[in-house]
Design a protein around this ligand. Structure first.
Ligand SMILES: [Zn+2]
Ligand SMILES: [Zn+2]
Length: 327
């Protein structure tokens, strides 16, 4: 197999020939057909997450077909198309696993961070955490659903019943979630970097009722806002944009420091909370309904060997929607 390997924080990924891997007990091996590029991959490369492991193959939005099945695997078969998400393993025994909050597991493993991911021609995964994908939709169009879509879905659930929903940072996740929210009958208000008129137009094309800079206030108070941008300065701005009792949900795994802000922005029962990871149930719920939503993912395709270019373009905001690597 070949892979783009991160050997040290901050280094470019290196195209590497590796021995083929065999799936162990309860594992499957997939031939990777497409793997999305997520902002979290940048955090992995930059060493911004705790306890990094090197060498590591990043990538946690994997679509592929099973080409080897280890002993003890149930419910999946050779040749089947599956998706492999960020949540790669949970312990099943800690208090969080036992209270159906496996996204908070004390001993988790994460694809492309603490176990090898999908910036490769093949990937081995714990079969219990892979999702059967069926035959509808192209590999490339489905890849971004596996993190951008899934984490967005979880964040939307945590945002609650909000009819007027703000999305701060209109990248891979928001461009999917805007469509999900419209399908659910919500009004979407999109916030981009100030002056990024192209992304604002992109947001409106996906059904956003209003799009503007993150330094602007929306035309009406929001019921909830979800922050995908990893910029702590946005937290007080979003609190200012939500109504009394409104909710601000931080969906990123990492964020720059949140500046001090006056208590009155939080007062009147506004809530500020974060989303961490996903549960398998989130994935099943989202992927079951996604085919009915008519989602159109905007993808920019890069050959696997050009993963570094995809990461650089993501960092610089040089494309709309999501980047996808194809071996
Ligand atoms: Zn656990
Ligand atoms: Zn991700």
């Amino acid at each position: 197999m070949q892979a783009m390997v991160l050997t040290q924080r901050g280094q470019p990924l290196a195209w590497t020939e590796l021995p083929d891997r065999q799936p162990g007990l309860g594992e499957i091996r997939v031939k990777v057909a497409a793997c999305g590029v997520c902002r979290t991959d940048l955090h992995v490369v930059d060493g911004e997450l705790p306890h990094p492991q090197f060498p590591i193959i990043p990538g946690h939005e994997i679509v592929g077909r099973i080409d080897a099945v280890g002993p003890g695997v149930e419910g999946l078969r050779l040749g089947q198309r599956v998706g492999i998400p960020w949540l790669g393993h949970t312990c099943g025994a800690c208090p969080y696993c036992r209270m159906q909050r496996e996204n908070l597991c004390d001993r988790p493993r994460f694809t492309g961070y603490t176990r090898d991911g999908g910036f490769a021609t093949a990937a081995v995964a714990d079969a219990r955490f892979a999702f059967a994908l069926g035959d509808a939709g192209s590999d490339e169009s489905l890849a971004p659903l596996l993190c951008a879509g899934l984490i967005g879905w979880r964040a939307l659930g945590i945002a609650g019943e909000a009819k007027a929903l703000g999305l701060y940072g209109f990248g891979a996740a928001a461009h999917i979630l805007a469509q999900v929210a419209r399908w659910q009958g919500r009004a979407v208000f999109a916030f981009t970097r100030p002056g990024d008129l192209a992304t604002q137009a992109f947001a409106r094309s996906l059904g956003a009722q209003w799009a503007g800079g993150s330094d602007e206030l929306p035309p009406q108070p929001l019921d909830a806002a979800i922050l995908f941008a990893t910029v702590g300065d946005l937290v007080p701005l979003a609190l200012k944009a939500v109504r009394k009792g409104g909710r601000v949900v931080c969906a990123g795994i990492h964020m720059s420091d949140i500046p001090a802000f006056p208590y009155r922005l939080l007062w009147e029962e506004r809530e500020l909370l974060s989303v961490a990871n996903l549960t398998r149930q989130d994935g099943l719920d989202f992927l079951r309904q996604a085919p009915q939503m008519g989602l159109v993912t905007r993808t920019t395709r890069y050959p696997l060997q050009r993963a570094n270019e995809a990461l650089a373009d993501l960092r610089a905001g040089r494309f709309e929607g999501a980047a996808v690597l194809v071996p």
